[in-house]
Design a protein around this ligand. Structure first.
Ligand code: AKB
Length: 343
């Protein structure tokens, strides 16, 4: 057995995804854990060098997870792997396998790990505003900010999967095998955040329905024309990636006794697509952007709330975005993206 096993390890699934990049940078900076990265694709060099071990494989491969069981002492799992909302609509059953069965496999791994080393395993689960489903745009306008318990009627397979996995996590943490004579605490400490659309200066998303905002920005910075698939007047909550990473780490570190729920909304700013267009145009005056809404993807965005009520996260674990709309674009996204494509 190698030395790394002695060090408490953090497992990051979907490590090569958008959030994985930011999270691995932040975890590596803290330096207190071995980082075990798992992804179906090889990791980009920039993050690979920050990980103790990289496993290329599928979260549906139970043998691979069983092998991990014996090789690592995992104390925290950031389960980021998922098929996002647009991609999931093309292959709903495959999405269900990855998003639900994959999560179940990781929850089982968490239980086994906790039994093995005797401490709780923190299970960090990024959920999404896709768990909400508003019936029409009038209702969306009328309700404004939604609370965690409201409008839980997702219209996408991805949203359905995320909502179910929130419940699965709560079950594993609180009620697992409740009728068994030997039933003891499962050892899973499940914590979840419903993220808004995320925008990163470093990576471009793929397969999501909130992708129009980052796509518009990244296309403009590269001088590529962009056709936006939603109407100018549609609004959903967005967040700059550094705030999303800070939120995950902050909820991970929050004292358990302060947490009144397993699932939290967090918000930052809620621009319309037209407002994002105006900001992008100011930064890149030559940008060729037109709006040609795709009715079906538009309907998905219309079903998501214009804003979220994140007061519980603020009270319980001190959530507060550091990047409002102006700071996100002026201090992070625009300079970061300019530097990225100048290289
Ligand atoms: C998606 O569009 O699928 C994601 C999300 C809102 O969770 N970005």
């Amino acid at each position: 057995m190698s030395e790394t096993i002695r060090k408490p390890a953090v497992l990051v699934t979907g490590a090569n995804g958008e959030m994985g990049h930011g999270l691995i940078d932040a975890l590596a900076e803290s330096g207190s854990f071995s980082i075990i990265a798992l992804d179906v694709r090889p990791l980009d060099e920039s993050i690979k060098k920050k990980c103790t071990d990289v496993i290329i494989g599928d979260i549906l491969e139970t043998r691979l997870l069983e092998r991990m069981q014996s090789e690592y002492e995992v104390h925290s799992i950031y389960h980021l792997a998922a098929l996002l909302s647009t991609r999931a609509e093309f292959t709903p059953e495959a999405a269900h396998r990855v998003n639900v069965e994959g999560t179940l496999n990781l929850l089982k791994l968490a239980i086994e790990q906790s039994r093995w080393h005797g401490k709780p395993v923190k299970f960090m689960f990024p959920s999404s505003i896709a768990v909400y489903g508003l019936p029409d745009t009038q209702t969306k306008k009328r309700v404004g900010k939604v609370k965690e318990s409201e409008w839980n009627y997702p219209t996408t397979m991805y949203g359905v999967n995320k909502l179910y996995c929130e419940h699965l996590g709560r079950y594993y943490a609180k009620h697992y095998r409740q009728l068994a004579s030997d039933n003891t605490n499962s050892g899973v400490d499940f914590r979840s955040i419903r993220f808004p659309g995320l925008i990163s200066a470093v990576t471009v998303p793929s397969g999501g329905t909130s992708d129009y905002a980052p796509e518009m920005l990244h296309a403009a910075a590269q001088g590529k024309p962009y056709s936006c698939f939603v109407r100018e007047d549609v609004a959903i909550p967005f967040m700059a990636m550094p705030d999303a990473i800070t939120a995950l780490l902050k909820l991970h570190d929050a004292p358990k006794g302060k947490l009144s729920t397993a699932v939290y909304n967090i918000g930052s700013f809620s621009p319309t697509a037209g407002e994002i267009f105006a900001i992008v145009k100011r930064a890149f005056p030559g940008a060729e952007i037109k709006f040609s809404p795709d009715d079906k993807r538009q309907a998905i965005v219309d079903s998501w709330p214009a804003d979220v009520d994140d007061s519980t996260a603020r009270t319980d674990w001190g959530w507060k975005p550091e990047y409002d709309e102006a700071r996100s674009f002026n201090a992070y996204l625009i300079p970061g993206i300019k530097t990225r494509y100048a290289q």
